[in-house]
Write a protein that binds this ligand. Structure first.
Ligand SMILES: [Cu+2]
Length: 497
């Protein structure tokens, strides 16, 4: 699978492009943006070598092997999605705001795409940014059914800046269905099925409400009802950056002194990371594709499903620079290298000396949107309790699993505010489909925070988001930890007629 590292200078010089996406960008850069036909995206299976062991995973590629899609704002998103598998799939365009019936969520937006079937998608692309696409069917995302979706900004066409896309995954050789089954059978079977050994103590269980409204028991470890917070509930075999581990990392060639825009996508099923730029000084310029007031730094939190756009300026001499992603609460890491043509790269182990802290709201509280929501009064306030039980591995919203949900309601043109209150011992990266929201309060403290589509709500924390109800339909609203979502932490936002 080819990930698109487009050298914009090559494009500007008219050198033949080496990927379809590059060609699309070239058309855009040169202004000859002719009426285009749909880009074919094939969902297929493929074999990936992970640390010397073959794994059958999914792929989401154009016919030339290019992973995902690069296009430009101001054009149409026009895709022909082809299912080359022998079973159902469906792909969600994460961060885009399509009409509801093109959002790719089975049961809410459209039926699953049958084996050998094809869906056509077409809607205007207004917002540039770093987005991604992934399956919303079963646990397919864990088997890498995901790809980058980059929407370039026409206003940035002349920038002398190299785009480098980095897509992160957590990887397991096990069957994710088996992992989920073991999580749900709970308790002491954790050591043999890819389940983390790190959480011996019980976390606090939700708000005492189970999905059937009865008081929730604390499971076998109830007497030890510790306040301990859980970080990772699945042990993985590897962490990938653009499908590769640090044993065989991608090396992206750059000019000495080059300006680089990293577009980092956390496509992991169940892992929050801390991004580490090493000796490079970065400037965070966008989260989830939406611009923020620049935040300087070398380490940045990135929760499941979030994206970071970071500008770095390389030193003038030759060199190699690892860009790492470290699993929270752990030393395990993955990454790529930026390296000048004669710059050497020293191999790094897949575990470093630095244990990344838990991903919380440290970065979030520093973020300020460059284009916040307009100032207006809130028409509707909703409360969403993040509930559940680690012991029984049932994760819920307002005490209910998806099948028993009471949809959140909104009416067109309302300003809606949702207070999310996490009553569990795990962090939950919450994703609302079809809208870009603003983070307007953290633990009750107001801020003019980032515009986003995914925000982490830490254990016992409260995060308030606001958005304009401008995209009627039925929308998914869920925790983006795949195993939490599959266990019930999923509701919908539905517009009143
Ligand atoms: Cu969750």
């Amino acid at each position: 699978m080819k990930f698109g590292q487009i050298d914009r200078r090559q494009l500007l010089q008219g050198v033949a492009c080496f990927s379809l996406a590059g060609c699309a960008l070239d058309r855009f850069v040169t202004g000859a943006h002719a009426a285009s036909s749909a880009t074919v995206l094939n969902v297929d299976s493929r074999v990936l070598d992970v640390n010397g062991k073959a794994a059958k995973v999914y792929g989401l590629t154009q016919p030339n092997g290019f992973a995902g899609l690069e296009t430009a704002a101001g054009s149409n998103f026009q895709v022909s999605l082809v299912n080359r598998l022998d079973h159902d799939t469906l792909v969600h365009w994460h961060g885009l705001t399509p009409p509801s019936n093109q959002d790719g969520v089975p049961g809410l937006s459209q039926p699953p795409l049958k084996a050998k079937g094809r869906y056509e998608y077409k809607f205007p692309l207004e917002r540039p940014g770093t987005y991604w696409m992934h399956s919303h069917v079963g646990l397919q995302e864990q088997k890498l059914l995901a790809a980058p979706l980059i929407v370039h900004d026409p206003a940035e066409a002349g920038l002398d800046e190299q785009n480098v896309v980095i897509m992160l995954h957590d990887f397991t050789h096990k069957d994710p269905v088996e992992i989920l089954h073991k999580l749900r059978s709970g308790g002491n079977g954790q050591h043999d099925a890819g389940i983390s050994k790190s959480e011996g103590a019980m976390p606090m269980a939700g708000n005492g409400m189970s999905m059937d409204g009865k008081t929730m028991d604390m499971g076998t470890g109830g007497m030890a009802m510790a306040m301990e917070m859980d970080l990772n509930d699945v042990e993985f075999d590897a962490y990938l950056a653009n499908d590769r581990t640090l044993a065989d990392p991608e090396v992206v060639r750059v000019e000495a002194g080059a300006k680089v825009r990293l577009r980092i996508i956390n496509a992991a099923a169940s892992t929050n990371f801390v991004l580490d730029l090493g000796t490079l000084e970065g400037s965070l310029i966008a989260v989830d594709g939406q611009p923020v007031m620049p935040v300087p730094g070398r380490r940045f939190e990135i929760a499941i499903a979030q994206r970071l756009d970071i500008r770095v300026a390389l030193p003038s001499g030759n060199g190699g620079y690892p860009i790492l992603a470290i699993r929270e609460g752990d030393r395990a890491r993955t990454g790529i290298y930026l390296a000048t043509r004669s710059g050497t790269v020293a191999k790094l182990a897949d575990a470093g000396a630095f244990e990344a802290p838990p991903v919380r709201l440290d970065l979030e509280q520093r973020l300020r949107a460059t284009t916040p929501l307009t100032s207006r009064s809130v028409n509707r306030r909703l409360e969403l309790n993040l509930t559940g039980s680690m012991a029984r591995y049932i994760w819920t919203l307002n005490g209910r699993i998806y099948e028993d949900r009471i949809p959140l309601k909104a009416a067109k043109n309302e300003r809606v505010e949702i207070v999310m209150h996490n009553q569990t011992g795990m962090a939950h990266p919450m994703h609302l489909h079809g809208h870009i929201f603003q983070v307007v309060a953290l633990n009750g403290k107001p801020l003019a925070g980032a515009m986003r589509d995914t925000v982490i709500v830490p254990p016992k924390g409260r995060v308030t988001i606001a958005f304009d109800a401008d995209n009627p339909g039925r929308w998914a609203f869920h925790c983006h930890n795949l195993y939490h979502m599959a266990s019930g932490m999923f509701t919908s936002l539905e517009y009143e007629a």
